[in-house]
Design a protein around this ligand. Sequence first.
Ligand SMILES: [Fe+2]
Ligand SMILES: [Fe+2]
Length: 320
Amino acid sequence: MKRTNKTIYRIAHLSDTHISPEYNRHNVGKLRSLLAFVVDEGYDHIVLTGDITGQGEDRDFRSVRRLLKYFGLLDYERLSVTIGNHDIFGGVHRAEDLFSFKTHCRTVNYADKLKAFEQAFKETLPKKAYPSQEVFPFVKIVGPAALVGMNSVSKFHAVFNPFGSNGQILPEQIQAAETILRHPTVNGLKKILLIHHHFNKYQPLADSIAKKLYHKFEGQTLKLHGRKWIAETFGKIGVDAVLHGHTHVDEIYGTSGVLYSSTALDSIRAKSDTGRNEESLAFNELAIDGDGEIEIRRRPLVGMPKGSSYIREKNHRMSR
Ligand SMILES: [Fe+2]
Ligand SMILES: [Fe+2]
Protein backbone atom coordinates (compact mmCIF):
# COMPACT_ATOMS: atom_id res chain seq x y z
CA MET A 1 0.00 0.00 0.00
CA LYS A 2 1.27 3.45 -0.89
CA ARG A 3 2.17 5.50 2.18
CA THR A 4 0.59 8.91 2.39
CA ASN A 5 2.65 10.24 5.32
CA LYS A 6 0.32 13.19 5.44
CA THR A 7 -0.52 14.33 8.96
CA ILE A 8 -4.26 14.05 9.53
CA TYR A 9 -4.48 14.92 13.21
CA ARG A 10 -2.23 16.91 15.56
CA ILE A 11 -2.34 16.97 19.34
CA ALA A 12 -0.45 19.58 21.37
CA HIS A 13 0.76 18.02 24.60
CA LEU A 14 1.22 20.49 27.46
CA SER A 15 1.79 19.64 31.09
CA ASP A 16 2.60 20.92 34.56
CA THR A 17 1.38 24.45 34.09
CA HIS A 18 1.21 24.93 37.89
CA ILE A 19 -1.21 27.84 37.75
CA SER A 20 -1.34 29.55 41.13
CA PRO A 21 -1.89 33.32 41.43
CA GLU A 22 -0.38 33.13 44.91
CA TYR A 23 2.83 31.22 44.27
CA ASN A 24 3.47 31.07 40.50
CA ARG A 25 2.23 34.42 39.27
CA HIS A 26 4.20 34.30 36.02
CA ASN A 27 2.82 30.96 34.92
CA VAL A 28 -0.47 32.51 33.79
CA GLY A 29 1.41 34.67 31.27
CA LYS A 30 3.53 31.73 30.14
CA LEU A 31 0.51 29.51 29.62
CA ARG A 32 -1.26 32.32 27.79
CA SER A 33 1.70 32.58 25.38
CA LEU A 34 1.80 28.84 24.85
CA LEU A 35 -1.97 28.54 24.27
CA ALA A 36 -1.96 31.50 21.90
CA PHE A 37 0.77 29.77 19.89
CA VAL A 38 -0.97 26.40 19.85
CA VAL A 39 -4.39 27.85 18.95
CA ASP A 40 -2.84 30.00 16.24
CA GLU A 41 -1.11 26.94 14.79
CA GLY A 42 -4.49 25.22 14.46
CA TYR A 43 -3.87 22.08 16.49
CA ASP A 44 -6.82 19.68 16.42
CA HIS A 45 -6.66 18.94 20.12
CA ILE A 46 -4.82 20.01 23.27
CA VAL A 47 -3.93 17.76 26.17
CA LEU A 48 -2.92 18.87 29.68
CA THR A 49 -1.41 16.02 31.68
CA GLY A 50 -1.77 17.16 35.26
CA ASP A 51 -0.34 19.61 37.77
CA ILE A 52 -2.52 22.04 35.91
CA THR A 53 -2.73 24.10 39.10
CA GLY A 54 0.01 24.82 41.60
CA GLN A 55 -1.99 24.27 44.76
CA GLY A 56 -5.31 22.73 43.74
CA GLU A 57 -7.16 25.67 45.31
CA ASP A 58 -10.47 27.01 43.97
CA ARG A 59 -8.85 30.25 42.88
CA ASP A 60 -6.20 28.30 40.94
CA PHE A 61 -8.91 26.43 39.05
CA ARG A 62 -10.79 29.69 38.43
CA SER A 63 -7.63 31.21 36.99
CA VAL A 64 -7.12 28.24 34.65
CA ARG A 65 -10.77 28.28 33.56
CA ARG A 66 -10.58 31.99 32.71
CA LEU A 67 -7.63 31.37 30.46
CA LEU A 68 -9.12 28.30 28.77
CA LYS A 69 -12.41 30.12 28.26
CA TYR A 70 -10.62 33.06 26.65
CA PHE A 71 -9.18 30.69 24.03
CA GLY A 72 -12.47 28.79 23.62
CA LEU A 73 -10.89 25.65 25.04
CA LEU A 74 -13.49 24.66 27.62
CA ASP A 75 -14.68 22.28 24.96
CA TYR A 76 -14.86 18.48 24.81
CA GLU A 77 -13.61 18.38 21.22
CA ARG A 78 -10.66 20.70 21.78
CA LEU A 79 -9.23 19.87 25.19
CA SER A 80 -8.57 16.82 27.38
CA VAL A 81 -7.12 16.88 30.88
CA THR A 82 -5.88 14.53 33.51
CA ILE A 83 -5.07 15.16 37.16
CA GLY A 84 -1.66 15.63 38.83
CA ASN A 85 -0.47 15.56 42.42
CA HIS A 86 -0.43 19.37 42.68
CA ASP A 87 -4.13 19.44 41.73
CA ILE A 88 -4.82 17.47 44.90
CA PHE A 89 -2.04 18.13 47.40
CA GLY A 90 -0.37 21.30 46.11
CA GLY A 91 3.37 21.58 46.65
CA VAL A 92 6.19 22.93 48.82
CA HIS A 93 7.44 26.38 47.97
CA ARG A 94 10.14 26.90 50.60
CA ALA A 95 12.46 24.35 52.26
CA GLU A 96 11.28 25.49 55.71
CA ASP A 97 7.70 24.54 54.77
CA LEU A 98 8.58 20.88 54.31
CA PHE A 99 7.39 19.76 57.73
CA SER A 100 4.12 21.70 57.66
CA PHE A 101 3.49 20.45 54.12
CA LYS A 102 3.50 16.86 55.31
CA THR A 103 0.85 17.83 57.89
CA HIS A 104 -1.11 19.57 55.15
CA CYS A 105 -0.99 16.46 52.91
CA ARG A 106 -2.29 14.33 55.78
CA THR A 107 -5.37 16.54 56.10
CA VAL A 108 -6.23 16.82 52.39
CA ASN A 109 -9.58 15.26 51.52
CA TYR A 110 -8.61 13.34 48.39
CA ALA A 111 -12.17 12.61 47.25
CA ASP A 112 -13.23 16.26 47.60
CA LYS A 113 -10.22 17.45 45.59
CA LEU A 114 -10.97 14.92 42.88
CA LYS A 115 -14.53 16.26 42.69
CA ALA A 116 -13.26 19.86 42.52
CA PHE A 117 -11.00 18.91 39.60
CA GLU A 118 -13.87 17.19 37.84
CA GLN A 119 -16.08 20.24 38.33
CA ALA A 120 -13.36 22.61 37.08
CA PHE A 121 -13.00 20.75 33.77
CA LYS A 122 -16.54 19.40 33.40
CA GLU A 123 -16.97 20.68 29.82
CA THR A 124 -14.01 18.59 28.67
CA LEU A 125 -14.88 15.33 30.45
CA PRO A 126 -17.22 12.60 29.23
CA LYS A 127 -20.65 12.38 30.86
CA LYS A 128 -20.76 9.71 33.56
CA ALA A 129 -23.43 6.99 33.62
CA TYR A 130 -24.21 7.84 37.27
CA PRO A 131 -22.98 10.70 39.51
CA SER A 132 -21.07 8.60 42.05
CA GLN A 133 -19.01 6.93 39.31
CA GLU A 134 -15.25 7.61 39.40
CA VAL A 135 -14.28 9.99 36.61
CA PHE A 136 -11.01 8.10 35.93
CA PRO A 137 -10.34 6.24 33.78
CA PHE A 138 -12.35 7.91 31.04
CA VAL A 139 -12.27 7.50 27.28
CA LYS A 140 -12.83 10.15 24.64
CA ILE A 141 -12.83 9.56 20.93
CA VAL A 142 -11.42 12.56 19.10
CA GLY A 143 -10.47 12.35 15.43
CA PRO A 144 -8.56 9.11 14.81
CA ALA A 145 -7.65 8.69 18.50
CA ALA A 146 -9.11 7.14 21.63
CA LEU A 147 -7.81 9.18 24.57
CA VAL A 148 -7.88 7.41 27.92
CA GLY A 149 -7.42 9.64 30.96
CA MET A 150 -6.09 7.97 34.09
CA ASN A 151 -5.49 9.12 37.66
CA SER A 152 -1.98 8.25 38.85
CA VAL A 153 -1.98 10.36 42.02
CA SER A 154 -1.31 8.20 45.04
CA LYS A 155 -3.21 8.85 48.27
CA PHE A 156 -1.33 10.20 51.30
CA HIS A 157 0.77 7.70 53.26
CA ALA A 158 3.01 8.78 56.14
CA VAL A 159 5.86 6.54 54.92
CA PHE A 160 5.29 5.87 51.22
CA ASN A 161 3.75 9.15 50.11
CA PRO A 162 4.38 11.83 52.77
CA PHE A 163 4.43 14.73 50.26
CA GLY A 164 1.63 13.53 48.01
CA SER A 165 3.91 13.51 44.98
CA ASN A 166 4.35 9.79 44.38
CA GLY A 167 2.21 7.96 41.87
CA GLN A 168 0.19 4.80 41.84
CA ILE A 169 -2.25 3.28 39.39
CA LEU A 170 -4.51 0.78 41.11
CA PRO A 171 -4.98 -2.57 39.31
CA GLU A 172 -8.73 -1.86 39.00
CA GLN A 173 -7.94 1.23 36.97
CA ILE A 174 -5.58 -0.69 34.69
CA GLN A 175 -8.23 -3.38 34.22
CA ALA A 176 -10.82 -0.72 33.40
CA ALA A 177 -8.43 0.84 30.87
CA GLU A 178 -7.83 -2.58 29.33
CA THR A 179 -11.58 -3.17 29.00
CA ILE A 180 -11.93 0.21 27.29
CA LEU A 181 -9.04 -0.44 24.90
CA ARG A 182 -10.28 -3.89 23.91
CA HIS A 183 -13.80 -2.61 23.20
CA PRO A 184 -14.86 -2.82 19.52
CA THR A 185 -15.72 0.91 19.44
CA VAL A 186 -12.02 1.81 19.69
CA ASN A 187 -10.92 -0.70 17.05
CA GLY A 188 -8.70 0.94 14.47
CA LEU A 189 -8.19 4.09 16.58
CA LYS A 190 -4.83 5.18 17.96
CA LYS A 191 -4.85 4.39 21.69
CA ILE A 192 -3.34 7.21 23.70
CA LEU A 193 -3.14 7.32 27.49
CA LEU A 194 -3.04 10.57 29.46
CA ILE A 195 -1.31 10.06 32.81
CA HIS A 196 0.49 12.49 35.08
CA HIS A 197 3.31 10.31 36.41
CA HIS A 198 6.34 9.18 34.44
CA PHE A 199 7.75 5.88 33.24
CA ASN A 200 11.37 6.84 32.64
CA LYS A 201 14.22 7.38 35.05
CA TYR A 202 14.19 10.81 36.63
CA GLN A 203 17.54 12.33 35.58
CA PRO A 204 17.38 16.10 35.33
CA LEU A 205 20.55 18.00 34.62
CA ALA A 206 21.42 20.50 37.30
CA ASP A 207 24.03 23.24 37.07
CA SER A 208 24.34 24.15 40.74
CA ILE A 209 24.74 22.30 44.05
CA ALA A 210 21.43 23.74 45.28
CA LYS A 211 19.63 22.41 42.21
CA LYS A 212 21.35 19.02 42.53
CA LEU A 213 20.21 18.75 46.16
CA TYR A 214 16.70 19.82 45.22
CA HIS A 215 16.52 17.22 42.45
CA LYS A 216 17.90 14.54 44.79
CA PHE A 217 15.00 15.24 47.13
CA GLU A 218 12.57 15.40 44.22
CA GLY A 219 13.90 12.08 42.90
CA GLN A 220 12.93 10.42 46.18
CA THR A 221 9.43 11.82 46.06
CA LEU A 222 8.57 11.42 42.39
CA LYS A 223 7.95 7.76 41.94
CA LEU A 224 5.33 5.72 40.21
CA HIS A 225 4.79 2.51 42.11
CA GLY A 226 5.17 -0.55 39.82
CA ARG A 227 5.95 1.53 36.73
CA LYS A 228 7.88 -1.28 34.95
CA TRP A 229 5.00 -3.73 35.23
CA ILE A 230 2.50 -1.03 34.23
CA ALA A 231 4.56 -0.07 31.17
CA GLU A 232 4.76 -3.74 30.10
CA THR A 233 0.99 -4.06 30.56
CA PHE A 234 0.41 -0.99 28.38
CA GLY A 235 2.48 -2.66 25.65
CA LYS A 236 0.47 -5.88 25.93
CA ILE A 237 -2.92 -4.19 25.75
CA GLY A 238 -2.07 -2.29 22.59
CA VAL A 239 -1.44 1.25 23.86
CA ASP A 240 0.19 3.34 21.12
CA ALA A 241 1.36 6.33 23.14
CA VAL A 242 1.43 7.70 26.68
CA LEU A 243 1.46 11.44 27.34
CA HIS A 244 2.71 12.45 30.78
CA GLY A 245 4.35 15.17 32.83
CA HIS A 246 5.48 15.32 36.49
CA THR A 247 9.28 15.30 36.10
CA HIS A 248 9.40 18.67 34.27
CA VAL A 249 11.92 17.14 31.91
CA ASP A 250 11.29 17.24 28.17
CA GLU A 251 11.75 13.77 26.83
CA ILE A 252 10.40 11.53 24.10
CA TYR A 253 11.17 7.85 24.58
CA GLY A 254 9.91 4.36 23.91
CA THR A 255 9.53 1.32 26.13
CA SER A 256 7.71 -2.02 25.67
CA GLY A 257 6.66 -0.95 22.18
CA VAL A 258 4.88 2.19 23.42
CA LEU A 259 5.87 5.78 22.61
CA TYR A 260 6.09 8.20 25.56
CA SER A 261 5.92 12.00 25.60
CA SER A 262 7.05 14.00 28.62
CA THR A 263 6.88 17.78 28.89
CA ALA A 264 6.11 20.69 31.24
CA LEU A 265 5.40 24.39 31.01
CA ASP A 266 8.91 25.13 32.30
CA SER A 267 10.80 22.11 31.13
CA ILE A 268 14.33 21.46 32.25
CA ARG A 269 16.02 20.77 28.97
CA ALA A 270 19.19 18.97 28.06
CA LYS A 271 22.30 21.12 27.75
CA SER A 272 22.27 23.49 24.82
CA ASP A 273 25.28 23.93 22.52
CA THR A 274 26.34 26.84 24.71
CA GLY A 275 26.69 24.34 27.58
CA ARG A 276 23.98 25.88 29.70
CA ASN A 277 20.95 24.22 31.29
CA GLU A 278 18.02 26.51 30.87
CA GLU A 279 14.33 26.35 31.45
CA SER A 280 12.16 27.21 28.49
CA LEU A 281 8.52 27.20 27.55
CA ALA A 282 7.83 23.87 25.94
CA PHE A 283 5.29 21.50 24.53
CA ASN A 284 5.32 18.34 22.44
CA GLU A 285 3.41 17.60 19.29
CA LEU A 286 1.84 14.22 18.56
CA ALA A 287 1.01 13.81 14.88
CA ILE A 288 -0.99 10.95 13.38
CA ASP A 289 -0.56 10.39 9.66
CA GLY A 290 -2.86 8.83 7.07
CA ASP A 291 -1.27 5.42 7.63
CA GLY A 292 -2.00 5.61 11.34
CA GLU A 293 1.63 6.14 12.23
CA ILE A 294 2.35 8.30 15.26
CA GLU A 295 5.21 10.75 15.51
CA ILE A 296 6.00 12.79 18.59
CA ARG A 297 8.38 15.72 18.44
CA ARG A 298 9.33 18.83 20.28
CA ARG A 299 8.12 22.01 18.72
CA PRO A 300 10.22 25.14 18.46
CA LEU A 301 9.63 26.83 21.76
CA VAL A 302 7.86 30.03 22.53
CA GLY A 303 9.71 32.65 24.55
CA MET A 304 13.03 30.94 24.03
CA PRO A 305 16.09 32.90 25.13
CA LYS A 306 17.91 34.47 22.19
CA GLY A 307 20.92 32.49 21.02
CA SER A 308 19.70 29.23 22.47
CA SER A 309 20.01 26.17 20.27
CA TYR A 310 17.04 24.34 21.76
CA ILE A 311 15.22 24.93 18.51
CA ARG A 312 17.10 21.96 17.11
CA GLU A 313 14.43 19.33 17.30
CA LYS A 314 15.09 15.89 18.64
CA ASN A 315 12.60 13.79 16.77
CA HIS A 316 11.65 10.33 17.83
CA ARG A 317 9.73 8.13 15.49
CA MET A 318 8.42 4.70 16.19
CA SER A 319 6.00 2.51 14.28
CA ARG A 320 3.70 -0.08 15.76
FE1 LIG B 1 4.61 19.38 38.21
FE1 LIG C 1 3.56 16.26 39.56
